[in-house]
Structure formats: C-alpha cells, structure tokens
Design a protein around this ligand. Structure first.
Ligand SMILES: Cc1cc2nc3c(=O)[nH]c(=O)nc-3n(C[C@H](O)[C@H](O)[C@H](O)COP(=O)(O)O)c2cc1C
Length: 327
C-alpha cells in the first residue's frame, strides 16, 4: 500500500472511531431508566410498559396455567405508585392498561393457588381497589383474530407494490388527518416489550423543511418539492442500557414501514431519506427541528401528492434465491 492509500485508510479508521465514540456517549447519556433527566415521562412509561408486558405475555403462554411473574408484578405496583407521585395523567392508556393487566394477573393467582404470595396479592388488591373503573377497550389478554380474507391479502400486495420512493411532488398540502391516521396505523407496529419509542415530528412550513433538508445529502434535486417533511425518531430513554442500543433503529424501521404503507394507502407518496450524517449535523437537526436530544433520528421522510406523470426508478429486487434461505 502506497503512502497516499495508507493515509486515506487511517483517515477512514479515525472517522469511523468518531462515530463509535459519539454512539457510546449518547448511549451512556440516554439509555437508562434511572437517569436524572428532567422529564422522565418516556423512561417511566417505557419501564411501566416493559414490566406489565411481562404479565400480559405470561398470561398467553401455552401449556397448563401456572403461577409466574412475582417480580414484574411487584415492579408494576411500584411504578404505578411512582406514576401518581410524579403527577402523570391517570387518563393515559399506558397507566390504565397496567390495571387491566393486574386484574388479569390477579385472576391467575386465584386459579393457581401459589405459595407465599399473600403479601403480593394483598398489594394488588389494594392497588386495584384504588382504581375501581374498568377499561373494556384495554382488557387483556384478548382472543387472537387472525382471519384475513384472500381479497385483503391481494389488496395488501397491491399496496406494497404501489408504494415507491417518489422524488417529485405537487405543491398541494397534505391534510393533518391523513398523517395522524398513518401514525395511528404505524403505532400498531411491534416494538421491543411494547415500549413504543417512536415519534413523528411533522413539518409543513417551507423554511423549516428547507433548513432541515440542508442537513441531509440524499434529497438533492427534489427535496424542495416536498410539501411535508416527517422526522421519524425513537426515544432512547425507553431502553434500559447499551445492550439495547440497536433497538431504537429496529423499532423505528418497523414503525417507518407501516407509516409509509398507510400514507400510500391514503394516496400520499413518500421517500425515505437516510440519516447517515456527521455528529454535528445530527446535533443541528435536533436543534433546528426542536427535537429532544434523547430522541434518535431514524430517518427523514419526504411526503406529498406525487407530481402527475412522474417516473420512479425500476429499482429491481434481488432474485428470491438470494433471500430465501432454507436450512
Ligand atoms: C433508510 C432509507 C434511506 C433512504 N435514503 C434515501 C435518500 O437519502 N435519498 C433518496 O433519494 N432515496 C433514499 N431512499 C430510498 C431508496 O433509494 C429506495 O427505497 C430504494 O431504491 C427502493 O426503491 P422504492 O422505495 O421505490 O421501492 C432511502 C430508503 C431507505 C429505506
């Protein structure tokens, strides 16, 4: 290797280190539930969901009904108490869902007669007595209704084929109702322990869109036509430590796909825009978009009504033999 190549190689190594270093810093800073962040709502709600999801999940396991979940039930009770002490809303579906999970768990205790759970049982009873109202829409577990008609499968395939990355948009604004409906569909995406870390920051003001787009390279030549910019983020404090450092991106990717499909189903085209940027651009985008620093930007999404008669690249897909691996 010549001197030029060697110095290039070293430059790229150093550059790589910069990204790893930044990842380590922000993981340490944000990925914890016991942090001192002023607004701990996201960490607190994620921890509550995480704990009572273990109860909900345990109630759906195959095999004979057995007792389980002493620790997550205890944590759920403590977290409900902390929720009220912090003054978070008791109308919140996350809070109310915990009660429904506790009700169902209490029934399991009744059915399995475990030893040494008197204290836990009496704590659950005290907690449930505090909140006499039931929430039928949050009842858990529920029967799995997986029946889908042949027609629906065909329609899904049409939708998947109709979604393409569009790079030319009409000026026509996108109504907020469409975006909200798409977000509500995307909220049904799976997420690790149902912690739902994703948020969608919505920008429709030209100046702000252009400022945000100036921090991203992949929109050159068409970004200025997008009447709407979505910034999809995932809140890092929903995760308890760095072992979960990839989860924001995994949950975010799943959420993003549902979002794109729902937008498409409502006639709105989109184009994902990569967030492979320098740390400084990431910091600037958080500032410019008024996005809390603990939220990881997963991607930008340009969206709007496609310009009439616009074209899209063929973007051929790999042959199935590349992807379908039978073991
Ligand atoms: C995470 C991600 C980042 C992307 N970033 C860009 C981008 O910066 N600029 C762009 O023009 N397209 C971008 N795309 C769109 C891809 O080029 C496109 O999805 C791919 O070529 C397949 O085409 P299709 O979406 O039309 O099926 C991105 C897609 C994804 C999933």
């Amino acid at each position: 290797m010549g001197a030029y190549e060697a110095s290039r190689e070293n430059y790229h190594r150093l550059r790589k280190l910069k990204f790893y270093f930044r990842d380590a810093i922000i993981s340490l800073r944000d990925m914890r539930w016991t942090g001192q962040a002023e607004d701990r709502y996201w960490a607190a709600s994620a921890e509550l969901l995480f704990q009572y999801h273990k109860l909900e999940k345990g109630l759906c396991m195959p095999g004979p009904k057995r007792f389980f979940g002493y620790d997550p039930a205890t944590s759920t009770l403590e977290l409900l108490d902390a929720w009220r002490q912090r003054g978070y809303s008791t109308d919140n579906p996350i809070y109310q869902g915990a009660f429904e999970a506790l009700h169902a768990y209490r029934e399991r205790i009744e059915q399995t007669y475990p030893d040494n759970v008197e204290l836990l049982t009496s704590k659950i009873d005290t907690e449930l007595a505090k909140n006499q109202i039931r929430f039928p829409q949050l009842k858990t577990p529920v029967p799995f209704g997986a029946e889908i008609s042949e027609q629906a499968i065909g329609e899904f395939e049409c939708l998947v084929q109709a979604r393409r990355s569009v790079r030319s948009y009409q000026l026509r604004p996108v109504p907020n109702e469409i975006v909200i409906r798409a977000i509500q569909s995307a909220q049904l995406s799976p997420s690790a322990c149902n912690r739902q870390p994703c948020r969608v920051h919505v920008y429709a003001e030209r100046k702000r869109i252009d400022e945000l787009l100036s921090l991203q390279n992949g929109n050159r030549g068409f970004g200025h036509t997008a009447p709407l910019l979505l910034v999809l983020t995932a809140e890092a404090s929903c995760f308890f430590d760095a072992s979960e450092r990839y989860e924001p991106y995994i949950d975010g990717g799943l959420f993003g796909m549902s979002l794109l499909l729902s937008l498409q189903a409502q006639g709105i085209s989109s184009c994902c825009l990569n967030w492979c940027v320098e740390p400084m651009q990431d910091i600037k985008a958080h500032e410019c978009g008024d996005i809390p620093s603990s939220e990881r930007i997963i991607m930008y999404i340009a969206a709007g009504y496609a310009e009439l008669e616009t074209t899209v690249p063929r973007s051929p897909r790999r042959g199935i033999q590349d992807v379908f691996v039978v073991h």
